[in-house]
Design a protein around this ligand. Sequence first.
Ligand code: ASP
Length: 318
Amino acid sequence: MGMKRRDFIKTTAIGLAAPTTIFGGSKLKTNKNDPIILSTWDHGLPANDAGLISLQNGGNAMDAAEAGARIPEGDPKSTSVGFGGLPDEQGNVTLDACVMDSTGNAGSVAFIQNIKHPVSVARKVMEDTKHVMLVGEGARQFAVSQGFEEIDLLTNESKAAWEKWKKKRRKMTPHETHDTIAVLAQDNKGDLAGACTTSGWAYKMHGRVGDSPIIGAGLFVDNEVGCAGGTGLGEEVIKTAGSFLVVELMRQGYDPTKACEEALNRVIKKHNGNPDFQIAYIAIRKDGKIGSACIKWSFEYALARGEQNKLHKIKGLL
Ligand code: ASP
């Protein structure tokens, strides 16, 4: 007698009952009652403060990550994120952002214009649509339909910088244009979430989208294992599925910093050991251990844990 479909599923499920063990075989404890907020660059400090306030007010990891990311988005002095971000080569500020929560849900907007808080639009995409990603004019229209205010994102300062650049159209070095904010959060239930938002590479081609709104590239969250976020040359992060890779390496048992390093080593190898650009990753593992690494020069991340919110500087692998 042939096997019935239901029996087959049962048998298969038993057959698969021992998947590759995460964390190299040893079960890690979930970090609880010790919330963490980890963000890229020094604008991570005020972002972390906002995230902590959100947690204190009963917010979860997703609320905290979003609240954090909104700070540089709204700050014209952060010229690589949101309002006041440096424009593309034609003078248009075009923004990319994404969020991912502890259930594995994700939302993203890319190439959105005239909206101050793309991270919150990304969250709306996640929560109120059937989709993961909206781009350009469609993303803007969706934001307006959700009550987001339209504003001119180009400040006088960023316009002046662009006009100066335009005279010579100097090639921006990747060292000069890499201040995306990724905010990773773990709340007091141990749940993980993240947000990532940027105006992207300064004076980029019109229409260029980087890694920051791409789930698995600029950000990835797996509530069983950990989460990771990236900053730096987005094209290279996309080509190596960077943040996803960091999380998968943690699943295989890599320590968070080692996972970030290994993901970067793949990029370094593809560039004959000598890339002339920066990428940095940050990661939180489910047990609360954090990690970070960057390719070269240095990188700063802001870590809020307990009463402390501090900037940490690390040196590049090269
Ligand atoms: N990752 C960003 C991008 O390529 C750049 C940055 O980190 O600022 O758009």
